[in-house]
Design a binder for this molecule. Structure first.
Ligand SMILES: C[S@@+](CC[C@H](N)C(=O)[O-])C[C@H]1O[C@@H](n2cnc3c(N)ncnc32)[C@H](O)[C@@H]1O
Length: 178
């Protein structure tokens, strides 16, 4: 998937800005890959934790591995507050209500079937603390993520309009657990 170099960082920063983090939260990035969101989130969490989870598919990320992502966190000076786990977003290895925010970029669409994406959204909702925020950026199925969030009682579950800084354009499904 192509995207402008700057557009990708701009979209990342806007997504993180929208969370209004205090700096002491625990944030989970599902399908973190090399850590685009994970590491940028860690920079905004001097007293918190940024946790990534991935099953390390090599399809659209070369050299995709926990080690490579941890090395990126080290190079960016945030390894002390980054944790990277192996796992599938359809069965998150985290307790209920353990995350202040769950974020994702270009990850959930990799689950090819509707039911699997539905499971991922349900897992994201499960691990969110009451009051926790969700922001899921993707280039397809975003309306579906927003619909599922809304159906499950996530407050303000909605999809943004298209963001054209990235090609194909992305949208963000977001909401807050009540
Ligand atoms: C296009 S990459 C995006 C990586 C990163 N979020 C970014 O913005 O650069 C998609 C990532 O989702 C991961 N992924 C795909 N299906 C997954 C699943 N079911 N559970 C966890 N991670 C998954 C892939 O291994 C890959 O690292």
């Amino acid at each position: 998937m192509g995207s402008s170099y700057y557009g990708k960082f701009r979209a990342r920063d806007k997504l993180l800005d929208s969370l209004h983090l205090r700096g002491d939260e625990t944030v989970l990035d599902v399908g973190c890959g090399h850590g685009l969101l994970l590491i940028a989130a860690a920079k905004r969490l001097p007293r918190g934790r940024s946790i990534g989870i991935d099953l390390w598919s090599q399809v659209d990320q070369g050299n995709n591995s926990r080690e490579a992502t941890l090395e990126n966190a080290k190079l960016e000076g945030v390894a002390d507050r980054v944790e990277v786990r192996d796992g599938d977003m359809r069965k998150l290895p985290f307790p209920d209500a353990s995350m202040d925010a769950v974020i994702a970029n270009l990850a959930i669409h990799n689950i090819s079937n509707r039911e699997g994406r539905r499971e991922a959204i349900a897992e994201i909702e499960r691990v969110l603390k009451p009051g926790g925020q969700v922001a899921l950026m993707d280039f397809k199925h975003v309306g579906q993520y927003a619909e599922d969030l809304k159906k499950d009682g996530i407050a303000d579950g909605r999809a943004s309009g298209p963001i054209f800084w990235i090609f194909p354009p992305v949208r963000v499904a977001r909401g807050r657990k009540t």
